[in-house]
Design a protein around this ligand. Structure first.
Ligand code: GDP
Length: 522
């Protein structure tokens, strides 16, 4: 098979959701479709609320594939599916956001009983920034939830994206009858523990369905579907592919109900790896030379094993074991010897990867997040990964002032690695670190102590709303502890506003100050 054909088969996506919306349950159901597991419920350690490693290892052994909590790969109807995990819960961090730079589409799960929740909104913003296609699965229709029209309206308003319901539910919870399938012109009955039952629209007047059709829920949904047909948005694949419209599916990940239809439709619409922008122009996925970029580096927390794994999203060509590549930043050759760990496919048997795949390579401490590795004569780098505005801030000082050398070195390296973002306060020059999630601070503290022998003291500043300032000659007397003026790593002034209210107040008072929201700037 040619490089072009291989790349075209890849469908690489992530699932975004708020904790408890059903990401694990949906993932399990998808793995069932991929025949990776025999029964649902094996993926998640019920108590810990996390993927149980032993289960994964067991799956790996059984199927001869490599499944880690980071990437799952399986063939499906002639396609190669790569699902990237977006760490959530207490692991929520910049890595979660960066993962979204390595996918070609996204599935957004919304809990029908809750609607849009905080974490979904944050993750959605990152997808929007990249203009990637977003497919929505409204989950838990087997429970009493919110009205479907209400949920659709909320998505449109809060996330500012057009919705196109691909199917539409009649009733919910105990009175859930099934879905009108607007694409297939059929009604799919909700039957637990049975195959999904589809009735073509023109057979619905068959006497055997009389009782169901007469139900209030059925009639109401039918009217609402007619309303959508007449007054709703028209379906547009172009709008979907440019992230302006999201196809919406209703169902239950647990039953499971509506998942197969959802997944088949999703797979038929989701884009293969797209060409990517680089410093030497656009690079095609079927370009014969291998190239990829590093979107995540995972350090081994065990000090006895200092090795790290760099996660590479392959963007072009063919990756082969033991190949030699160049690190674009330095121009140096690197042989990706023995230690690379395959994440995308079987660690032992599969020797190659193509655009869309994710590979893990051994990092002897030379890589940085955002690095490009490649073959070929020409050196280029993929567009820099966006810098995500941190949400939490703390001041950091060395416990032992005599050890300021280690302290500085540690901070410098960890900042370079992208583990944490560094700011300095105007005048006092004291250090402030920012992160997306709380876990990053714990890891930072731990690594400072264990890798750089520097004990640090962190003091909470709390959640802030950061805005970058375009003008370097800003008058620092406009700011105080509430709206704190700091400099980022490049010396650009940033204001850490106490909250949205302070931000708006400041905007009113100083309309001439150019405040940049990184999400909008990227
Ligand atoms: P995650 O935190 O997003 O991975 O969510 P989980 O997949 O762990 O689901 C959270 C809880 O919701 C679990 O108790 C699931 O059994 C339950 N759940 C998930 N999907 C459904 C569904 O479709 N219907 C119902 N009733 N419960 C569900």
């Amino acid at each position: 098979m040619s490089i072009h054909e291989e790349a075209n088969k890849r469908r690489t996506f992530a699932i975004i959701s708020h904790p408890d919306a059903g990401k694990t349950t949906l993932t399990e159901t998808l793995l069932l479709f991929g025949n990776l597991i025999r029964s649902a419920g094996t993926v998640k350690g019920k108590k810990s609320g996390k993927f149980a490693t032993s289960d994964w290892m067991e799956i790996e052994k059984q199927r001869g594939i490599s499944v880690t909590s980071s990437v799952m790969n399986f063939p499906y109807k002639g396609l190669e599916v790569n699902i990237l995990d977006t760490p959530g819960h207490e692991d929520f961090s910049e890595d979660t956001y960066r993962t979204l730079t390595a996918v070609d589409s996204v599935v957004m799960i919304i809990d029908a009983t809750k609607g849009i929740e905080a974490q979904t909104k944050k993750l959605f913003k990152v997808c929007r920034m990249r203009g990637i296609p977003i497919f929505t699965f409204i989950n838990k229709m087997d429970r009493e939830g919110r009205e479907p029209l209400d949920l659709l309206e909320e998505i449109e308003e809060v996330l500012d994206i057009e919705t196109y319901p691909m199917n539409y539910p009649a009733g919910m919870g105990k009175r859930f009858l099934g879905n009108f399938d607007r694409h297939g012109n059929q009604f799919v009955r909700f039957t637990s523990n049975e195959e999904e039952k589809a009735i073509p629209y023109d057979e619905l007047d068959d006497p055997q369905y009389e009782q169901m059709v007469a139900k209030e829920e059925f009639q109401l949904a039918k009217d609402e579907v007619s309303l959508l047909d007449e007054a709703g948005e028209e379906f547009s694949l172009d709008a979907v592919l440019s992230g302006k419209q999201t196809p919406v599916f209703f169902g239950s990940a647990l039953a499971p109900f509506g998942v197969q239809t959802f997944f088949d439709t999703f797979m038929s619409m989701a884009p293969p790896p797209a060409p990517r922008k680089s410093t030497q122009g656009v690079v095609q996925p079927d370009n014969p030379d291998f190239s990829g970029f590093i979107f995540k580096i995972q350090a081994n927390m065990n000090p006895a094993h200092r090795d790290r794994v760099a996660f590479v999203r392959v963007c072009s060509g063919k990756f082969e074991r033991e190949m030699s590549v160049k690190l674009a930043r330095t121009g140096k050759n690197i042989k990706l010897a023995q230690s690379q760990q395959f994440v995308a496919s079987s660690r032992d048997t599969v020797q190659e990867a193509y655009a869309g795949d994710i590979i893990g390579i051994y990092d002897p401490n030379v890589y940085r997040i955002g690095d490009t590795i490649l073959e070929g004569k020409e050196l280029f780098e993929y567009d820099e990964l966006p810098q995500f505005p941190p949400e939490q801030y703390k001041t950091v000082t060395a416990k032992n002032v005599m050890k300021s050398k280690q302290f500085k070195k540690g901070i410098e390296q960890l900042v370079q690695e992208g583990a944490i973002q560094l700011f300095t306060k105007y005048r006092t020059e004291s250090y402030i670190i920012g992160a997306v999630g709380e876990l990053q601070f714990d890891v930072f503290k731990y690594r400072m102590q264990n890798e750089y022998n520097s004990e640090v003291i962190l003091e909470n500043i709390g959640e802030r709303v950061p805005r970058w300032i375009g003008d370097e000659k800003i008058d620092d007397s406009l700011f105080d502890e509430r709206n704190m003026l700091v400099k980022d790593r490049d010396g650009t002034p940033v204001v850490l506003f106490k909250n949205e209210f302070s931000l708006n107040w400041f905007k009113d008072k100083h309309p001439d100050v150019d405040l940049i929201d990184l999400y909008e700037a990227n």
